[in-house]
Design a protein around this ligand. Structure first.
Ligand SMILES: [Zn+2]
Length: 440
């Protein structure tokens, strides 16, 4: 143990800029000239800024007029661009490739596709996210692909494949009768998209297993299915009991990690809040009492609006009526939560949406339902970073933060759809994409 401590302390010194003999360690230095800077935290954009990056960290941000550009630095000219922090999608599924019935829907991915095939496609999902300026994803379970997300994360961190920083949740947890695959003959054992538990002992054990195997978050399904009830309301089936959820939350918090709860409405929503969930995913039906409890407990909402606009069944079928009810209830809940001051983090449910679609489509929906463009941007930068316990390190362009940076042409505060055309991406101090031309 001592040996390792000594080794790491030497590395620590080197990272701080001075090796043991006192010689400064030279790190690559990059300077970005930003025409307009939206820093992720401030509500006001700033013009003509200079961002100095040392290695993988932002060292300095200052007005161009007073900035000192260090000799020998690489200069990236984004003076015609709007520069903002690398974006964060707090709800994705890199192992899922849409649920279009014409392509076999959800089931074929679990029943017919080898894990290696799914992993190969996941490498494309993460590359697409990075290309679109999303430098961090909170991936909300692998949908039957086990601990594959931990492997993809390792491959990205090892530099073998390009991709965003991943916060992974591995297998997710629900109860018997609480997750697909469903509808097969009872004599046949089919795989499930999650780890199934019954009772607080199994629930705690599943959380321990997932945390032990690399989960950064634990994902729990607190509701399953939904339909339109007798009075025209959206109903969903509750899954875990409060006792089961409490066992998971207690265990996960003990590891210093957090619990995200898929939760639509009603009893399951109430249990999610009473059980101490850290973030409510989707939150289609939020009552005033739910919102009051979220505010009191500091619970996050990750709404994922866009995904509910895909694959609607015909309007004259029960499924079609449900699909339309989900959309209308969701809008109402989002507006209420926003107005009440619930903490909202940007999330899309990409994977439920094919990865060929733009991730940034969520921004105009959030704006249409009452957010300002700046609020929507902050939900995908500093707010999402706070959800991830990475405040000051991610989702902000300021000294000490990781150099995760995106840029667009034009003003996203005037037209938030511009965020679908990210033209410059830097992650961890390295340029991944630059359509603005050129280092000089
Ligand atoms: Zn999801």
């Amino acid at each position: 143990m001592k040996h390792w401590l000594a080794w790491w302390s030497v590395l620590g010194l080197a990272a701080a800029g001075a090796a043991q003999n006192g010689t400064p360690v030279l790190k690559p230095m990059t300077v970005i000239r930003a025409g307009v800077l939206i820093d992720g935290e401030s509500g006001t954009p700033r013009r003509n800024q200079v961002i100095v990056i040392r290695g993988n960290l932002i060292a300095e941000v200052s007005d161009a007029a007073s900035a000192h550009i260090p000799a020998g630095a690489d200069v990236i000219d984004l003076s015609q661009a709007t520069v903002l922090p690398g974006l964060i999608d707090a709800h994705t599924h890199i192992f899922l490739q849409g649920e279009d019935p014409a392509e076999g829907g959800y089931d074929v991915q679990l029943l017919k596709q080898p894990l290696a095939f799914r992993a190969a496609r996941a490498t494309v999902s993460v590359r697409r996210a990075l290309e679109q300026g999303f430098t961090t994803l909170r991936d909300m379970e692998t949908e039957g692909a086990g601990y594959g997300d931990v492997g993809i994360k390792e491959a990205i961190e090892g530099g073998y494949i390009p991709g965003p920083r991943l916060f992974v949740s591995t297998r997710a947890i629900s109860t018997t009768g609480g997750y697909p695959l469903e509808g097969y003959a009872p004599e046949i054992d089919v795989p499930k998209g999650v780890q199934i538990v019954d009772g607080p002992v199994e629930a705690r054990k599943a959380a321990r297993e997932q945390l032990d195997h690399g989960a950064d978050w634990i994902k729990v399904y607190m509701t399953h299915r939904s339909w339109v009830g007798k009075n025209g309301e959206l109903v969903s089936q509750p899954t875990l009991t409060v006792e089961e959820l409490r066992a998971i939350v207690d265990e996960t918090h003990g590891w210093g990690k957090k619990v995200a709860c898929h939760s639509y409405s009603g009893e399951g929503m109430q249990r999610a809040l009473d059980g101490g969930c850290d973030s409510i995913e989707h939150g289609l039906v939020l009552t005033d009492a739910n919102i009051a409890q979220m505010l009191k407990q500091g619970t996050w909402l990750c709404p994922t609006l866009s995904v509910y606009y895909y694959d609607h069944a015909p309007a004259d079928t029960p499924e079609g009526q449900r699909d339309r009810k989900r959309v209308s209830a969701h809008e109402e809940s989002f507006r209420k939560a926003l107005k009440a001051g619930v903490k909202i983090a940007f999330g899309t449910d990409m994977g439920g949406i094919p990865w060929t679609e733009p991730i940034a489509q969520e921004f105009p929906r959030m704006v249409a339902f009452g957010m300002t463009p700046m609020q929507a941007i902050q939900s995908a930068t500093s707010k999402a970073a706070e959800l991830l316990d990475m405040k000051g390190k991610l989702g902000v362009i300021a000294p000490g933060a990781y150099a995760d940076i995106a840029a667009v042409s034009g003003d996203p505060l005037a037209n938030v759809e511009i965020l679908s055309s990210v033209r410059f991406v830097m992650k961890d101090g390295k340029v991944f994409k630059n359509e603005f031309g050129q280092k000089r």
